[in-house]
Design a protein around this ligand. Structure first.
Ligand code: ATP
Ligand code: MG
Length: 650
């Protein structure tokens, strides 16, 4: 950004206080903020007692060598024991841990006792394949129970996992295997996507022909779709042969709290993915606490469902480690939301009486496009808390979610966090916060965040700038795998002593935080920094727009000009009048400065595999340049369609 801090254009006055009954029985109440702020390390030491430690930690935070933090460093624990065994020991063995829904309609329930047996067998199998403490294991699986079992089996034997999203290509898989130097890969023949078996094993075979990935010695293959697979004798082994033959007895060994738990590559929205390293004790403490507090989880009665893929951090923290450490009952679903029909998700919620649902703005906007009559056909009355994560949620999408999914009664928690932060950092609390559509609002208890200007000065209420985290937190990344310098440069060099998140934010007049999109995406129009999020939200507030992506394209007179790509809601047709109306709509919502120069209706937007809009590619199109790195893009044909909309574009 330039010397102008971010212009603060959007006004949102709607407020939704917590439902009184929920507030009265909430897991956490307002007093927690003050107590946590009074002594943050003490607060986190208290939360660490949620876990079972083989050796209780005496130390809390060691920040003697910033920015390399250690939390609970003299404590020892086994993460898988905390997520499974201890619940069985506490008499909860018969509780369902996972209600699995396969895309073709097959189902499987696993109780905690069954999950424990499966994790133990898989841990024995990995040990049998020569995996030792500290060895990295790559996991490339669809959303099936074996994905959860594999992660926990790795954790159980102290072998950091590196989960690679099943939709990634052989190339993406090969670079991740190489970077983490994994020697074992766990995969499947395929998974079900959009009604068809989609192969995974061939991508592994291809990846392992690449130089850097050639060191892999074993590939453990789950049979899911029954597709034919090539077989490399001596390297490939079937899960149903090797794992099923193992004993269900496995003694969990305790590891130091700072023992590496996993490496996970970021989504790649802004560029080359970074291998984020997370460790055990602090991470588990934060995901366990935040899952308890943000979703108000009552493990005896709630049915929780997070629709993320296990390949993203949301799947790690809020499908595997947070919920299972809290003994939750949850749904996991293999497939796409529109197979075999556009109401599939809502059907699953009705079937399992899901009470807490956590999804992403991209999914909500897609459902808006499909129309509200689809969720209206299902009984969603079991829901009591809704969550959002992954991108800023436009206020109108928030309102749509509240009304059409939450029946105007469920609080929405808009949770801001990153792969790097490990757990939720900024979010309303459902029993405490009067929510505001589109705002993540408040740093979690024990978390310190603020907004600063170019000179690292905190901005006053009502102003915008850069989001920073000002104190270390237990789930923070410890480094970028194999590249300490990149860790320091990327996160800790822009503002002395503060973690730079890379996102723009503003404080409203109450001091609540609003995320304004990535700093790389901020537009500079006639000397004003304007947030892509605010202009997109203004567009989405028009009744005919479901989704919008806005970029600043070089312009000889204004520096940058705003170019908007919009997806119309079902039924709306593209006309010149509508385009003019949309430009005016933004002008009247935000002021003339934010009025887009061009508005282009399109049928799809370029998104990462995790569903985030990749504005840098749209900027390439708008500026008539060759496209940058598209390897993390879901569907590269989308870009051809968009380019054809812009005459003269490359
Ligand atoms: P890369 O770092 O490789 O570009 P990425 O940032 O998309 O990829 P993630 O760690 O999955 O990878 O995403 C974190 C980012 O997602 C945040 O920095 C922020 O930009 C965005 N984000 C997540 N949740 C929210 C939210 N509730 N509101 C606004 N933005 C959010
Ligand atoms: Mg990022």
């Amino acid at each position: 950004m330039s010397d102008e801090t971010l212009s603060n254009l959007l006004r949102e006055e709607r407020r939704f206080p917590p439902p009184p009954a929920l507030a009265a029985a909430a897991n956490v109440t307002a007093e927690v903020y003050e107590r946590a702020a009074a002594d943050r390390p003490a607060f986190w030491a208290e939360q660490a007692r949620r876990l079972s430690w083989a050796t209780e930690p005496q130390q809390t935070l060691d920040w003697s060598n910033p920015p390399f933090a250690k939390w609970f460093a003299d404590g020892e624990l086994n993460v898988a024991y905390n997520c499974v065994d201890r619940h069985v020991e506490a008499g909860l063995g018969d509780r369902v841990a996972l209600h699995f829904e396969g895309e073709p309609g097959d189902t499987r329930d696993l109780t905690y006792a069954q999950l424990k047996d499966e994790v133990c067998k898989a841990a024995n199998a990995l040990t049998g394949l020569g995996v030792e403490k500290g060895d990295r294991v790559a996991i490339y699986l669809p959303m099936i129970p074996e994905a959860v079992i594999s992660m926990l089996a790795c954790a159980r034997i102290g072998a950091p996992h590196s989960v690679v999203f099943g939709g990634f290509s052989a190339d993406a898989l090969a670079t991740r295997i190489d970077d983490a130097d994994a020697r074992v890969v766990i995969t499947a023949d395929g998974g079900w996507r959009r009604g068809k078996p989609s192969a995974l094993k061939p991508a592994v075979d291809e990846a392992l022909t690449r130089p850097g990935a050639g060191r892999v010695r074993s590939v453990l293959v789950v049979r899911r779709t029954g597709q034919d697979v090539d077989w490399h004798e001596g390297r490939d082994v079937w899960w149903h042969e090797v794992v099923e033959a193992q004993s269900a007895e496995h003694e969990p060994q305790a590891f130091g709290a700072e023992h590496p738990l996993f490496i996970l590559y970021t989504s790649g929205t802004t560029g080359r993915p970074k291998g984020i390293l997370h460790t055990s004790g602090g991470y588990l403490t934060q995901v366990s606490y935040t899952h308890h507090a943000v979703f108000d989880l009552k493990p005896e009665t709630d049915v929780y469902w997070c629709s993320a893929d296990i390949g993203w951090v949301t799947g790690h923290s809020y499908i595997v480690y947070g919920p299972l450490s809290n003994a939750a009952t949850q749904v996991i679903y293999e497939g796409t939301p529109d197979t075999p029909h556009q109401g599939r998700w809502w059907e699953i919620i009705a079937k399992h009486r899901v009470s807490v649902f956590y999804t992403a703005p991209t999914a909500i906007r897609t459902c808006m496009k499909w129309g509200e009559e689809i969720p209206a056909r299902f009984d969603l009355s079991s829901l009591r808390v809704l969550g959002s994560v992954g991108e800023p949620i436009n206020p109108e999408a928030w309102m749509w979610y509240r009304k059409n999914i939450g029946g105007d009664r469920c609080p929405i928690v808009d949770t801001w966090w990153q792969t790097e932060t490990g757990g939720i950092m900024i979010s309303p609390l459902p029993g405490v916060t009067a929510t505001k559509p589109g705002s993540a609002q408040t740093p979690m208890p024990g978390i310190a965040a603020t907004v600063v200007d170019d000179e690292s000065r905190e901005v006053p209420d009502g102003a915008g700038g850069y989001l920073v985290l000002t104190e270390p937190w237990p789930g923070m990344l410890r480094t970028i795998w194999g590249d300490d310098q990149r860790y320091v440069d990327t996160y800790w060099s822009r503002f002395e002593g503060r973690y730079f998140a890379g996102d723009g934010a503003k404080k409203d007049d109450d001091g609540d935080l609003w995320l304004l999109g990535r700093v790389d995406d901020v537009m500079l129009v006639s000397g004003h920094n304007i947030s892509t999020t605010e202009v997109e939200s203004a567009l989405v507030s028009h009744p005919k727009v479901a989704e919008a992506a806005v970029v600043g394209a070089a312009d000889p007179t204004t520096g940058q000009a705003i170019v908007a790509f919009v997806i119309l809601r079902g039924g709306a047709t593209e006309t010149e009048d509508l385009v003019a109306e949309l430009r005016d709509h933004v002008g009247s919502a935000l002021g003339a400065i934010a009025k887009p120069k061009r508005v282009l209706p399109v049928s799809e937007l370029p998104k990462t595999r995790s569903g985030k809009i990749m504005r840098r590619l749209l900027r390439d199109v708008a500026e008539n340049r060759e496209l940058g790195d598209v390897t993390t893009l879901t569907d590269s044909t989308v870009m051809d369609l968009i380019q054809s909309k812009l005459p003269g574009a490359a």
